[in-house]
Design a protein around this ligand. Structure first.
Ligand code: HEM
Length: 283
């Protein structure tokens, strides 16, 4: 029950209503920093539709941040052989990826005329420059040193990305675990240059094939399926982005300077954790 307007804070308290009396900012504000979050919407046009474009982008950045946290937790847990901890983090990330993907809804029907109303105000700004999205890709094994270049002018972001570039990805940790458990992961895969994109290996495919052909309740086979859920939802994000972009701007070039839809199409066809997909043909 909400406190009545005429009640004093003491009376409200007596009726077991929420506290109204705080010496400084509220404990909610101290924890959530809602005042900071809800004043980060610096619009660049007079178009009423720009607000939801900016906030959707900010919401997605927050989900990227949560998901990076989960995948880093999972990677560290795998290193310590704590598979249940890793799986719990991955399962949380699956729910979060679903929420991330649902956040396309407000932008999914954007028309070219609506997008044009504020597109010019974005200048050369593009999601391509999202450092947190790059951290996600690096954790998935999609590494690329050239993706650090746009962030040269931002030391903290650059340092975080550089560290992530040279660290084992989530998939590298999975393959190291498989090797420790006696599966035939080749040395070339285990000792690969971590700063390069993960390239599929026939031997790794054979390991997943064997695991999938065996007992489905096996801990490692179930880990493979959890990773497949992650990969599928990443693929869905990329495709939802592609379709929203196609609807909003057809085949125009992107604000980030790429060929736009044609460039995104190429990126969206790729699957992360490649052998988890190709092994299925051999089971
Ligand atoms: C419907 C509105 C949107 C359009 C038309 C659009 C368009 C584009 C285009 C054309 C690109 C290619 C790079 C370029 O030349 O700019 C791109 C990349 C990207 N956009 Fe969007 N975008 C939209 C919404 C969003 C939102 C809300 C996010 C959330 C953060 C986002 C994140 C990204 C990311 C991460 C990339 C890089 C993808 C990669 O490297 O594979 N985009 N976008």
């Amino acid at each position: 029950m909400s406190p009545e307007a005429h009640e004093t804070p003491t009376e409200a308290h007596a009726a077991e209503s929420p506290n109204l009396d705080f010496a400084g900012t509220t404990p909610y504000e101290d924890y959530v920093q809602a005042d900071v979050l809800t004043h980060l919407q610096h619009l660049r046009s007079d178009d009423p539709g720009e607000m939801v474009f900016l906030v959707t982008t900010q919401v997605m950045e927050l989900w990227f941040t949560v998901i990076v946290h989960e995948w880093e937790t999972a990677a560290q847990a795998l290193r310590r052989e704590e598979i249940p901890v890793a799986v719990a983090a991955l399962k949380r990330s699956i729910r979060e990826l679903e929420a991330l993907n649902h956040s396309w809804k407000p932008l999914a029907g954007l028309t070219p005329a609506q997008f044009n109303s504020y597109r010019g105000a974005l200048g050369e700004g593009s999601g391509f420059q999202s450092a947190m999205y790059r951290r996600m890709e690096f954790l998935l094994g999609d590494k690329s040193a050239s993706m650090l270049v746009p962030h040269r002018g931002a030391p903290r972001v650059h340092a975080e990305l550089e560290k992530a570039l040279h660290e084992p990805s989530l998939y590298d940790e999975v393959l190291r675990l498989l090797a420790r458990r006696g599966h035939a992961i080749p040395a070339a895969v285990l000792e690969r240059d971590l700063s390069k994109r993960y390239e599929p290996s026939p031997e790794v495919e054979a390991v997943w094939t064997k695991l999938y052909a065996g007992d489905e309740s096996d801990e490692l086979a179930r880990l493979g399926e959890t990773l497949t859920d992650v990969a599928e939802l990443v693929w869905r994000w990329r495709n939802d982005h592609l379709v929203a972009t196609r609807r909003a701007m057809g085949s125009k070039t992107g604000t980030g300077g790429s060929a736009g839809v044609a460039w995104l199409e190429k990126r969206a066809t790729k699957n992360v954790f490649p052998e988890l997909w190709t092994a299925r043909s051999h089971v």
